[in-house]
Design a protein around this ligand. Structure first.
Ligand SMILES: [Zn+2]
Length: 426
């Protein structure tokens, strides 16, 4: 009797229905797996992982099968430069209002909505590059998503970021007022090391520094700046970050900021509107990634020009030339948009179109938001391509994105970790 029951028990274990076992089949009209575009294929998803990619369109009977014929399936997208806790800052007043009139709690509520929205647009992973005065709230958002409390992309976060005293808003208030800052103010090599230790202890994945400010165009389309940290300070911050097995991103927009960042050995240069040819060479040698954020420059330029800083209009032209030079030099370029620096109702996939306009092929642009982004995040073992063993982060778009990159703005299907989420929030 006992034996019979045991046999029945094992028999039922051996033949579970597909649904009970968590197996799903996505019947894709075409697949771009991170390397090549191929015809119809069935992606088998077992729990949170891709278990097989099989040419053809026939899925096994039973289980859960999703019809994505007429669609191209792609790896989940990565936006490597976001600010979920910021709601646009064209003007200094936009920024001050958020720091002075919104509680960190309210800003965190808004951030949860932003996280849900960017996931619906097909971005299954983001690197969020500092909270702009909202402390360590990004750590909590990341953790709440990981624990399944709220929907959103998986995140790597940079917490408070660093700049030197007197270089980052809020600025310009009466000296007796102690104003909130959008960064942690840090001075000296020891101060830098201490801040790295503090931020990592509170959950930062990345360290971020602001390396320059106050931009002006000098001869021959060169963008000049005032570097914030000294090279000694930068080197100490980079060393402490790497010593603790973390990575460091540098907001570096122009000549000296980029040069110091590259010399100090940061892992990524953010924005990089102007990068000297010599520094591009060093970036290739050291494997430093370039996250150009083209769209935000266009978005903020007119507003900032009206506020009395017309340099932002010229910076866009310089930025395009730098992007083309970086591409030619073979720098590893990663898709990042700075969303939050622009309105969270604008789909960051617009960046793709600018990357293609400025010289990338559609496939290069796609790789920058999948394969190369996963590499920069240190997650190539689980993200970036559609192949067995990778996490089931899969999106679909109607038609062929290699022929028309703007298809990426119309993601119609989103799966993260094997779970399907609503697509296309507006
Ligand atoms: Zn940013």
């Amino acid at each position: 009797m006992r034996l019979t029951l045991a046999l029945l028990f094992f028999a039922s274990l051996a033949l579970p229905s597909a649904a009970e076992d968590g197996v799903q089949w996505l019947r894709c009209g075409a697949v771009w797996d991170g390397k090549t575009l191929s015809g119809p294929a069935v992606i088998e998803v077992a729990k949170d992982r891709i278990s097989a990619v099989t040419p053809g369109s026939a899925a096994p009977a039973g289980g859960k099968s999703v019809d994505l014929s007429g669609q191209t399936c792609l790896p989940g997208l990565v936006d490597s430069h976001t600010h979920v806790l910021l709601q646009g800052d064209i003007t200094a007043e936009d920024y001050a209002n958020q720091l002075l009139k919104q509680s960190p709690e309210y800003r965190t509520i808004l951030a949860t909505v932003n996280a849900k929205r960017i996931l619906s647009w097909g971005f299954t992973t983001i690197r969020d590059l500092e909270t702009e005065g909202a402390g360590y709230a990004d750590v909590d958002i990341r953790n709440a998503i990981d624990r399944g409390v709220i929907p959103g992309p998986r995140m790597q976060v940079a917490t408070r970021s660093m700049d030197v005293t007197g270089a980052y808003p809020l600025l310009g208030y009466a000296p007796q007022l102690s104003m909130p800052k959008g960064v942690q103010e840090v001075d000296g090599a020891d101060g830098g090391r201490r801040a790295v230790r503090e931020q990592l202890s509170h959950g930062a994945d990345w360290i971020k520094v602001y390396s320059d400010r106050s931009y002006r165009v000098i001869a021959n389309g060169v963008l000049d700046d005032i570097p914030t940290f000294t090279l000694d300070e930068m080197k100490a911050i980079v060393d402490e970050t790497h010593r603790q097995r973390h990575k460091i991103a540098s907001h570096a927009t122009a000549l000296h900021g980029v040069h110091n960042s590259v010399e100090a050995g940061v892992d990524s240069v953010e924005h990089g509107d102007y990068i000297a040819d010599e520094d591009l060479k060093t970036m290739v040698q050291k494997g430093i990634y370039y996250v150009p954020t083209l769209y935000v420059g266009e978005y903020v330029a007119e507003g900032r020009a009206k506020e009395g800083a017309p340099v932002w209009l010229e910076m866009n032209k310089i930025h395009e030339q730098t992007f083309r030079r970086a591409l030619k030099a073979g720098v590893k370029i990663v898709f990042g948009t700075d969303i939050g620096g622009f309105d969270w109702h604008i789909n960051p996939a617009r960046e793709f179109e600018l990357m293609v306009k400025d010289g990338m092929t559609a496939e290069q642009a796609l790789r920058s938001a999948t394969v190369t982004a996963a590499e920069m995040l240190g997650w190539s073992d689980r993200l970036g391509t559609l192949e067995p063993g990778k996490l089931a982060d899969i999106v679909a778009v109607p038609g062929n994105p290699l022929e028309d990159i703007t298809r990426l703005e119309h993601v119609s299907f989103v799966m993260k970790n094997g779970v399907i989420y609503p697509a296309g929030d507006r």
